[in-house]
Design a protein around this ligand. Structure first.
Ligand SMILES: *[C@@H]1O[C@H](CO)[C@@H](O)[C@H](O)[C@H]1NC(C)=O
Length: 323
């Protein structure tokens, strides 16, 4: 255990150098990426073509990005790591980023051209709950998540927060029904990962419910979506049919699709005996998010996240090449 730990730390020293060295600045962190965009005319044409033919798959993994938090850039990096780690798992789905109109164009282009994502630009959903007591301003634009229901050229969408770490291909989630989510908390499902069937009718109804200020305990996506599907706890557990076909209805997803990082820290190993150990999530305090450099020496799962960053983005940084 101790030897393994030391080994991991040594192996990840380059990441430390990268993170300190780059000061987490976009210009250095993605210098290699920028270099890759200068290419022959044929390749460029291919990428332009790529931009034009959406959807490419029946299903999609989607995440959202918006501006105005103190940590926009970190979320951008996290989103790119998520996109690339999904691609590395060879998911049979499009990767969609629901991005607010003010997300910088160079970020949009990087996600489209370098990460192969479909970026859907949206106007921010006005948050009518922003003046209620206990409202955390950090969550003001999380209602943009509702745009997931507007992605009607997909059969199913797995909607993700950027703080999910996939341990394996989880495409069987697309076999779930109209709405499926994980109960990390025994009573309240978590909106960091859920499966939905896009629907214009549901999307319009949700926006209407937002407009009329439907009760929302936290004023965020979590409270709103929780209130929109109030009976999910009584629904059956999802088991993907062996035939590969999709089921209809609402289901609870096994806990293995949202393994709370804090479970891991209780025992320093996973202990979800029932169901797949597929996705780790980091729902805790913002400073525990894996993309802050301190998470890797302090929190072992941060190492795993930074290893994904190193594999998918970090190696392209020229600072790594002398190492
Ligand atoms: C689910 O509903 C769709 C649309 O109504 C239908 O085509 C499909 O056969 C249903 N699937 C199952 C497993 O019942």
């Amino acid at each position: 255990m101790a030897a393994g730990w030391t080994f991991s730390v040594l192996r990840l020293l380059p990441v430390l150098v990268l993170l300190f060295g780059s000061g987490f600045h976009e210009t250095t962190a993605f210098r290699g990426v920028a270099a890759r965009t200068t290419q022959g005319p044929g390749e460029k044409q291919q990428q332009v073509d790529l931009l034009q033919k959406w959807p490419n798959h029946r299903n999609a993994y989607a995440t959202m990005m918006y501006m105005g938090t103190p940590r926009d850039y970190e979320f951008y990096v996290a989103t790119r790591v998520l996109l690339r780690s999904l691609a590395a798992l060879r998911v049979d789905a499009d990767l969609v980023v629901i991005a607010s109109l003010d997300v910088p164009l160079r970020w949009v282009r990087a996600m489209e051209l370098e990460d192969g994502a479909r970026v859907v630009r949206v106007e921010n959903v006005n948050n009518p709950y922003k003046d209620q007591t206990n409202f955390d301003r950090r969550f003001k634009l999380t209602l943009n998540k509702l745009y997931a229901w507007s992605l009607v050229d997909y059969d199913r969408v797995v909607m993700l927060d950027a703080d999910n770490l996939f341990l394996r291909n989880s495409d069987e989630l697309f076999q779930c029904g109209q709405f499926c989510a994980v109960f990390i908390n025994p009573c309240i499902f978590h909106t960091g990962l859920f499966v939905l069937q896009p629907s214009d009718a549901v999307f319009k109804d949700m926006l209407h419910q937002v407009d009329v200020g439907k009760d929302n305990p936290d004023g965020a996506d979590q409270g709103f979506i929780g209130g929109y599907f109030p009976d999910l706890l009584d629904k059956p557990l999802f088991h993907p049919p062996a035939s590969g076909s999709a089921v209809n209805g609402s289901y609870r997803l096994p806990l293995g699709y949202q393994m709370d990082a804090s479970y891991y820290y209780l025992r320093l190993r996973w202990n979800v005996p029932c169901g797949p150990n597929s996705v780790i999530t980091f729902p805790g305090a913002p400073w525990l998010k894996p993309w802050y450099w301190w998470s890797w020496p302090v929190l072992p799962l941060g190492i795993q996240w930074h290893e994904q960053r190193r594999q998918h983005l970090g190696d392209m940084d020229q600072r790594c090449q002398w190492w």
